[in-house]
Design a protein. Structure first.
Length: 134
């Protein structure tokens, strides 16, 4: 399967955004003075990541006019790339600590890719239906 250059560029750019969000908000959560502050930073990271995800779905489907399947594939690929990069950072950061598995390197991106694909497919399909009805 050959992906156009603009799609690859978008996947890498958005994947890097997920990595940056994870690192910045992970650091802020780690420095939180209380458990409530740490939870708030983590929720903020989820909210911002969800906004990036929704924006990427809209961009792929509306602006680039990709099909629902292509939109889901491209957007979930960005999510998996960001998760993969975060898994690498987590493994490097936790080296030498017990209880951390190298399997996260492979499992984390896969576990995140599947629901991201399904959610993006549903959202892009709804956008397709809305476009046909208008």
């Amino acid at each position: 399967m050959h992906l156009p250059t603009r799609v690859v560029r978008n996947v890498v750019f958005v994947g890097a955004a997920y990595l940056a969000i994870g690192m910045v908000f992970g650091t802020l959560a780690g420095e939180g003075a209380s458990n409530q502050i740490r939870v708030l930073w983590r929720l903020a990271a989820w909210a911002i990541s969800a906004a990036v995800f929704a924006g990427h779905i809209g961009y792929e489907h509306v602006r680039l006019r990709c099909s629902a399947g292509s939109t889901a594939f491209h957007t979930s690929l960005s999510v998996a790339l960001g998760a993969f990069a975060l898994a690498i950072i987590a493994i490097v950061h936790s080296s030498g600590k017990s209880g951390h598995s190298f399997l996260a390197f492979l499992i984390w991106p896969l576990l995140i890719w599947i629901p991201a694909f399904l959610i993006a497919l549903a959202a892009a399909s709804m956008l397709t239906g809305a476009r046909r009805n208008s």
